[in-house]
Design a protein around this ligand. Structure first.
Ligand SMILES: Nc1ncnc2c1ncn2[C@@H]1O[C@H](COP(=O)(O)OP(=O)(O)OP(=O)(O)O)[C@@H](O)[C@H]1O
Ligand SMILES: [Mg+2]
Length: 221
């Protein structure tokens, strides 16, 4: 379990996170939701261990021994390198030897068919999928996604959601930021609503999702 205890983060006397307390259970899928400037990206960075809070305690416990997967909103790709080059580079860097996992991910994200293309030749949606794939190549146990679905069309969104749902069903914990209700509906088990650096709502959607699933199976018969 991850534990956030009274997390406070200030920058130049501006209070960006103001006493946030919550916990993350293994296998959960949490959406951070709220208006622009609410502090979502800052909280995600604290949780991914990229920045230190000024006050409060953040414990990762025995959650994972692997590095976390952090997918930034800005694409972390090299324009002149091909899709294949990116995958080889990150595979080597993370010492990932699980070929089966990588193949499954490339198939799920429909990246196999564009392996020879350079990043500068990719559409926005394809680049987003590659950005996701390189961030997940080491098969992390916990994934942080900062608006990873911006600008992707329905087909690409579907590929990404299906792959992330599969990982989540396999026990991988996901914490993600989105403004897209379609993504929330399909991926979130828990919703955290932030405003002015505070947690307004911490709401479990799991039972709601289960109810929806049983309703849809009833209507299917
Ligand atoms: N490095 C920084 N220096 C000063 N202020 C910052 C810094 N980073 C963030 N802020 C401020 O902190 C507040 C929260 O920023 P943050 O990026 O976490 O919000 P957000 O909820 O992710 O917003 P958005 O939906 O627009 O991405 C904003 O007012 C922002 O201007
Ligand atoms: Mg943000």
């Amino acid at each position: 379990m991850l534990q956030l205890n009274n997390i406070t983060y200030k920058k130049k006397n501006k209070m960006i996170l103001n006493g946030i307390s919550a916990e993350v259970k293994q296998g959960d899928s949490i959406c951070l939701f709220g208006p622009n400037g609410a502090g979502k990206s800052t909280l995600l960075k604290v949780m991914a261990g990229l920045i230190e809070p000024n006050k409060g305690v953040y414990k990762q416990g025995n959650f994972t021994s692997k590095p976390v997967g952090y997918i930034p909103q800005q694409l972390a790709l090299f324009p002149n390198m091909t899709v294949k080059d990116h995958l080889s580079f990150y595979k080597k860097m993370t010492k990932q030897k699980d070929r089966e996992f990588i193949e499954a991910m490339l198939n799920a994200l429909s990246l196999n068919e564009i392996k020879k293309k350079k990043v500068e030749e990719l559409s926005g949606g394809m680049a987003r999928k590659l950005n996701l794939a390189v961030g997940l190549i080491h098969k992390p146990d916990i994934i942080f996604l900062d608006e990873a679905f911006v600008g992707v069309d329905l087909a690409a969104k579907h590929d990404m959601l299906r792959w992330l749902s599969l990982l989540n069903e396999d026990g991988v914990t996901i914490v993600f930021i989105t403004h897209d209700w379609h993504v929330i509906h399909h991926l979130a088990k828990t919703l955290w609503v932030l405003e002015d650096g505070q947690m307004l709502i911490n709401f479990r959607l799991n039972s709601y999702r289960k109810k929806l699933r049983s309703t849809s199976s009833l209507t299917a018969h």
